[in-house]
Design a protein around this ligand. Structure first.
Ligand SMILES: Nc1ncnc2c1ncn2[C@@H]1O[C@H](COP(=O)(O)OP(=O)(O)OP(=O)(O)O)[C@@H](O)[C@H]1O
Length: 232
């Protein structure tokens, strides 16, 4: 489903006029329906890998080959912005600890909209959105409120509902359970297990290794390339 070959990414800090390596020669593979866990020290580049797959970041070298339903095998680093927008809507989901709130959009509207975006009819979209919010225990009183005032955990559960409701083929999880209590974590785990059973391919970063136990088919361990070695 996804093969990364020799990925390299560095960041240039302009005011320091220096470039720092974040990823050096990363190669990995995730089979269709598999769950790859990424572990490693803070700052070793775990999030940078996920953000490169989602094309939030543009690595300087390497290939990220994705088996797309719409485009066949596609190198995500070479994909056009239009293709990336399509893939984000239909095939690749990304969940982090942070919610992208839209102005004057309620929680229910936000989840419904992500289904309308992929062509689900209005009535079904609302019903599936409600199911997802219920599943992730978002208090019904909040469904018609604006999420900018939600607590961290509430925002996160809404974020997960938005991504998961579309049943993407590849789901990227960037420490989505970081600020959740045990009961909410179990809900997330339940959902991940369900998605896995449905054949969704997953790549996830979790600090809580206990949470990952029994979920991952494979673990990729990041080693910090160099301690802040300056390239230029
Ligand atoms: N937008 C950015 N600009 C500059 N440097 C960045 C940027 N994003 C990440 N980095 C740097 O790249 C390195 C890898 O960061 P990354 O967030 O991928 O690590 P991580 O393994 O996910 O860390 P953590 O477990 O603490 O979240 C770090 O040294 C970080 O400071």
């Amino acid at each position: 489903m996804l093969t990364i070959e020799q990925l390299q990414k560095s960041f240039t800090i302009h005011h320091l006029q220096k470039t720092f390596p974040a990823l050096q020669n990363i190669s990995l593979h995730v089979a269709e329906g598999g769950f790859l866990g990424i572990v490693g020290k803070s700052g070793s580049g775990k999030s940078t890998i996920l953000k490169s797959i989602y094309r939030t970041y543009e690595p300087q070298e390497g290939r990220i080959l994705f088996e797309s339903k719409a485009f066949g095998t596609i190198d995500l680093l070479q994909a056009t912005p239009r293709q990336i927008v399509y893939l984000r809507k239909h095939e690749i989901g990304y969940v982090s600890q942070f919610l992208n709130v839209m102005p004057r959009t309620t929680a229910l509207e936000l989840v419904t909209q992500s289904l309308l975006d992929v062509g689900v009819a209005q009535e079904e979209a609302i019903s599936r959105a409600e199911q997802a919010l219920r599943h992730f225990d978002l208090d019904e009183k909040l469904w018609n409120s604006y999420p900018n005032n939600f607590s961290g955990g509430e925002k996160l559960r809404l974020n997960i509902a938005c991504a998961v409701v579309k049943e993407p083929r590849l789901l990227l999880l960037d420490e989505p359970t970081a600020s959740l209590d045990q009961a909410s974590k179990l809900k997330v785990r339940e959902s991940i297990e369900k998605l896995k059973a449905q054949g969704t391919t997953l790549i996830g970063i979790f600090h809580d290794l206990e949470f990952m136990e029994g979920l991952c088919d494979d673990v990729f361990t990041m080693t910090k390339y160099v301690e802040k070695e300056v390239l230029a």
